[in-house]
Ligand binder design. Structure first.
Ligand code: ADP
Length: 491
């Protein structure tokens, strides 16, 4: 009997994943292909768009084979991608240099200068933080350097646009990916002329902006053959991975917050319209004409725990290291950890920020440091959530996922600090499922985005201990004051 299936293609930073789902979100098969990131100079981070295209073809082909997909069983393919990538292309759509990715910080100094001169004005139009991650700042860097790739470029695109052009011959970009550029007006959903001017870019060098439900037809026959799908299979453009991870974990209505903590982390919630936080603490990225996502990204999620593990040369597993903290009391006996080991985006937006342990004494052990790191990561997230609540309202339901959520101790600390139930829905497939669902909305197979709520993975609840919450409130106050006092030392 023939099945009805949908595929989510998730183009991430470290890998491309292709996942075959049933229409209710049951995973049938998955395939993953790793991607290389090159760091040719300190602070640069580049990838090869052709390698990512090949990885996407391979992942799709592998998953189609694994799922034993028959002709026409796949109703549609939805696409998710990491934000903020930039490729300069010539007239024939050939890349003129490697792709700069979100973590490329070469425009840091320009970003600082910009923040002072044009920052607020531009942020209020675009909702995109003035930060080296954005293609806007990358373009300004290329312009100031008079880089050949920039000077010779006929077109500028993100990875997803490039792939779509290669496979469908169209130059289109969805609202989310456009929002990630820093030169898209989140209020009128058009390219922001004043930002383009500053970057020296003309509108015709950019793609046409379309909603996430835009259907792409006419898949290149050669690509179709390689991925073993019929060339008639409709693809749907989808959105960026942040929006789709929220959608795929069911955090879609106002007040439903998704916290995702892998290597880095982010807190996001959907809101109606496009409200912008005047203090520049959060981002506001469009999703559809009516809703956008607000949130804050942190550079310091699981990486801080990983860093400690490596630093103390702990050779066991993460779980074994966590047992060291089992008998350590709340508050880590007075140690506070500021997790900014990687500079920081939200909540303080300071690339020069550095981490610290405060309150060390001769009696402290490895276990104290482990617990302090977990608490510090959580306080930082709590502080970001406070900024978010100022713009989007109170968090009514919080779902958490990502690598760190494998730790029971950490999720309990989160529930205690937030003073709320934490719902765990870790599948690692949220963005792919969000992309697949968007595709189903696009082809009209399901009615709405919110209907996804009937097709989500099981959740597990972690309840807060309100006595602990009271104590954490007191410690958080101290943490916040420490953050404020130490920022003057970042240089
Ligand atoms: P990515 O952002 O690369 O997708 P993951 O979601 O896989 O990352 O998360 C990676 C992080 O998860 C690591 O940095 C590590 O701190 C943390 N981690 C991995 N395994 C465990 C575990 N068993 N318990 C707690 N944390 C873990």
């Amino acid at each position: 009997m023939s099945r009805e299936l949908v595929i989510g293609l998730d183009i991430g930073t470290t890998s491309v994943k292709a996942i075959v789902f049933t229409l209710t979100g049951k995973l049938i098969a998955e395939a993953e292909e790793l991607i290389t990131t090159n760091y040719p100079k300190p602070s640069w981070a580049e990838q090869d768009p052709k390698e990512i295209e090949q990885a996407s073809i391979q992942a799709l082909r592998n998953v189609v084979i694994k799922a034993k997909v028959e002709d026409d069983e796949v109703l549609t393919v939805g696409m998710s991608a990491a934000m903020h990538s930039l490729i300069c292309l010539d007239r024939k759509m050939e890349p003129l240099s490697p792709m700069m990715i979100w973590s490329d910080k070469r425009s840091s100094q320009i970003a600082e200068k910009w923040l002072a001169e044009n920052g607020e004005r531009m942020y209020l139009k675009t909702g995109t933080p003035i930060h080296p991650m954005t293609p806007l700042l990358k373009l300004i860097w290329l312009k100031e350097e008079q880089a050949q790739a920039y000077l010779k470029a006929n077109y500028f695109m993100s990875m997803k646009e490039y792939l779509i052009h290669r496979w469908f011959g169209k130059r289109v970009v969805d609202y989310s990916m456009a929002s990630a550029t820093g030169f898209f007006n989140v209020n009128d959903l058009k390219w922001e002329e004043s930002a383009l001017k500053l970057a020296g870019v003309r509108e015709e060098q950019l793609s046409k902006i379309v909603p996430p439900t835009e259907i792409l037809t006419g898949l290149n026959e050669d690509i179709a053959k390689q991925i073993k799908l019929s060339p008639g299979t409709p693809f749907v453009i989808g959105a960026a991975d942040g929006q789709l991870a929220n959608l795929g974990s069911g955090a879609i209505k106002p007040g439903e917050v998704n916290i995702s903590v892998g290597t880095s982390g982010a807190i996001r919630q959907f809101v109606e319209g496009a409200p912008i936080n005047s203090k520049m603490e959060t981002f506001t990225y469009a999703f559809t004409e009516d809703i956008s996502i607000v949130g804050g990204p942190t550079n310091n999620g699981g990486i801080a725990f990983q860093w400690l593990k490596d630093l103390i040369e702990f050779e066991g597993t993460h779980d074994e290291l966590l047992t060291y903290a089992n008998n350590i009391e709340l508050g880590s006996d007075g140690i506070l950890f500021l997790p900014y080991i990687n500079g920081e985006r939200a909540p303080i937006w300071d690339g020069r920020a550095r981490g610290s342990f405060y309150g060390l004494s001769i009696n402290h052990t490895k276990g104290h440091l482990v617990r302090a790191v977990l608490e510090g990561i959580s306080f930082n997230l709590f502080q970001i959530n406070q900024s978010l609540e100022r713009i989007a309202g109170t968090a009514k339901k919080i779902t958490v996922n990502g690598g760190l959520s494998k730790s029971k101790l950490w999720t309990q600390i989160m529930a205690d600090i937030f003073g709320q139930n934490i719902y765990l829905s870790d599948t690692h497939h949220n963005a792919a499922w969000g992309a697949a669902w968007t595709a189903l909305v696009g082809i009209g197979k399901v009615q709405s985005f919110t209907d996804i709520k009937a097709s989500l993975p099981d959740e597990h609840v972690v309840e807060p201990n309100m006595e602990n919450h009271k104590m954490y409130k007191y410690i958080f106050n101290k943490y916040q004051r420490l953050v404020e006092s130490l920022t003057v030392f970042f240089d």
